[in-house]
Design a protein around this ligand. Structure first.
Ligand code: CO8
Length: 258
């Protein structure tokens, strides 16, 4: 097992867990944390025994953004040459679905990190926002792109231009989070969702995520063509035969996960 300093990892059943763990800085994303996050996620992604990843933080903070103290003195050249985003970009490209379980602050890069995941479950304590404008910068990891797609241009513009935070109920109404649960139930609910996904056929889950991602990256016409091709190709898998036979025989499907 790799030793990490800023995250905790574990596996329960077919679910891989990553917990952001910099309590002294509300899980601010410094370069060590980002490298570890990318490493842990790609290790889970390469492991057939993991069918879903849960990403969470602490009760007080999912992540309060990029580490301002680490960024403050950097030059534009440093930012371009060091590319502090590279680990988060790698994280956003894992094939395995990721459930973000958000309690407390998800601000700036923390909100953006949640938006790289596939499902966002929020505790009733969660608060989301893009406060970068207050620091004299703008979001740098998708806040100006993924947030408008999630909540619509006008709400995203208000959040990005003012830095205002929204609470969990507002985030749910806006379509950013799929469900709000009592804080005490957050991890159990995330585990249930992740176990449900991890019980499905892994190659089919990868295909579903890839087709969903196409909806964010291509035109509707291209996305529909892609979906049709992927749908047809799945009929080459044993798991399609097994899933449909199980329906006919009125039993649960026994997928191969490979
Ligand atoms: N960076 C570094 N340290 C932080 C951060 C942060 N983002 N957030 C909190 N901390 C530290 C505080 O400095 C404090 O440390 P110390 O005790 O040593 O002073 C400790 O965490 C606890 O924080 P507070 O005392 O401030 O806790 P409060 O409960 O009073 O306030 C808040 C909580 C409201 C969340 C407050 O901490 C805050 O406003 N934090 C900053 C939020 C923010 O502006 N985030 C955006 C950062 S910029 C960004 O994310 C750009 C993303 C671009 C992509 C990134 C690629 C790597």
């Amino acid at each position: 097992m790799t030793e990490y300093t800023s995250i905790l990892t574990s596996t329960r059943g077919r679910v891989g867990w990553i917990t952001l763990h910099r309590p002294e800085a509300l899980n601010a994303l410094n370069s060590t944390l980002v490298d570890e996050l990318a490493h842990a996620a790609s290790a889970f992604d390469a492991d057939d025994a993991v069918g879903c990843i849960v990403l969470t933080g602490s009760e007080k903070a999912f992540a309060a953004g990029a580490d301002i103290k680490e960024m403050e003195g950097k030059s534009s050249r440093d930012m371009a040459m060091q590319n502090p985003f590279v680990g988060l970009e790698a994280f956003s490209r894992v094939r395995t679905p990721v459930v973000a379980a958000v309690a407390g602050y998800a601000l700036g890069g923390g909100c953006e990190l949640a938006m790289t995941c596939d499902i966002i479950l929020a505790a009733d304590t969660a608060r989301f926002g893009q406060p970068e404008i207050t620091l004299g910068v703008i979001p740098g990891l998708g806040g100006t792109q993924r947030l408008p797609r999630a909540v619509g241009y006008y709400k995203a513009a208000e959040l990005v231009l003012t830095g205002r935070m929204m609470d969990a109920a507002e985030a749910e109404r806006a379509g950013l989070v799929s469900r709000v649960v009592p804080a005490a139930d957050l991890l159990a609910e995330a585990e249930k969702v992740a176990e449900t996904i991890a019980a499905k056929s892994l190659p089919v889950v990868y295909a579903a995520k890839e087709a969903l991602r196409a909806s964010l990256e291509t035109t509707a016409a291209e996305g529909l063509r892609f979906e049709k091709q992927v749908f047809s190709s799945l009929f080459a898998l044993d798991d399609q035969k097994e899933g449909m036979a199980a329906f006919r025989e009125k039993r649960s499907a026994n997928f191969t996960h490979r």
